[in-house]
Write a protein that binds this ligand. Structure first.
Ligand code: HEC
Length: 130
């Protein structure tokens, strides 16, 4: 009977981990929360930049399962999770380009504001995918 309990607890844990709805702990500073992204992004450009710069940690679909993710102390997040859909443009801009903790800074690598808007447009498209 005790063994069965362990199996049930183990199974519940496995399911909750595989769903990965867990929200990473980063917080955007106030000035980003109210920031507007005015440039119009291009999805094709965004996809190319994402695959080149971000996929290694975030995974092709933004599930947080890229090959480098396992070596991270912080889970990179799941772009398709419910909590993710609540971020506004400024918050996404902050975490994507300024970074926080193990999330690198991309202000120099992706310097063009149009390119930044393209990456954000692509992330938001990934977020809509089921
Ligand atoms: C070296 C691994 C790594 C790379 C490369 C990387 N990220 Fe991240 N990213 C992270 C980690 C780790 C976090 C969680 C940070 C935290 O909570 O402190 C994160 C968080 C994020 C989040 C918030 C996720 C959430 O669920 O709250 C977004 C959006 C994001 N990154 C976008 C990008 C974009 C866009 C790129 C490429 C331009 C990129 N990342 C490249 C590791 C990476």
């Amino acid at each position: 009977m005790k063994n069965l309990l362990f199996i049930v607890i183990g199974l519940a844990f496995t399911i909750s981990v595989s769903a990965q709805q867990k929200q990473p702990g980063w917080k955007a500073p106030e000035k980003y929360k109210t920031m507007k992204v005015t440039e119009k992004g291009d999805l094709a450009v965004g996809k190319e930049l994402f695959n080149k710069n971000c996929k290694s940690c975030h995974g092709a679909k933004g599930l947080g399962d890229g090959p480098k993710a396992a070596a991270m102390k912080t889970f990179p997040g799941n772009f398709t999770a419910d909590y993710f859909k609540k971020y506004n443009d400024g918050e996404l801009y902050y975490i994507s380009f300024v970074g926080s903790g193990e999330m690198p800074n991309y202000e120099k690598k992706i310097a063009d504001e149009g390119d930044k808007a393209s990456v954000l447009a692509y992330i938001k498209q990934l977020s809509k995918a089921k």
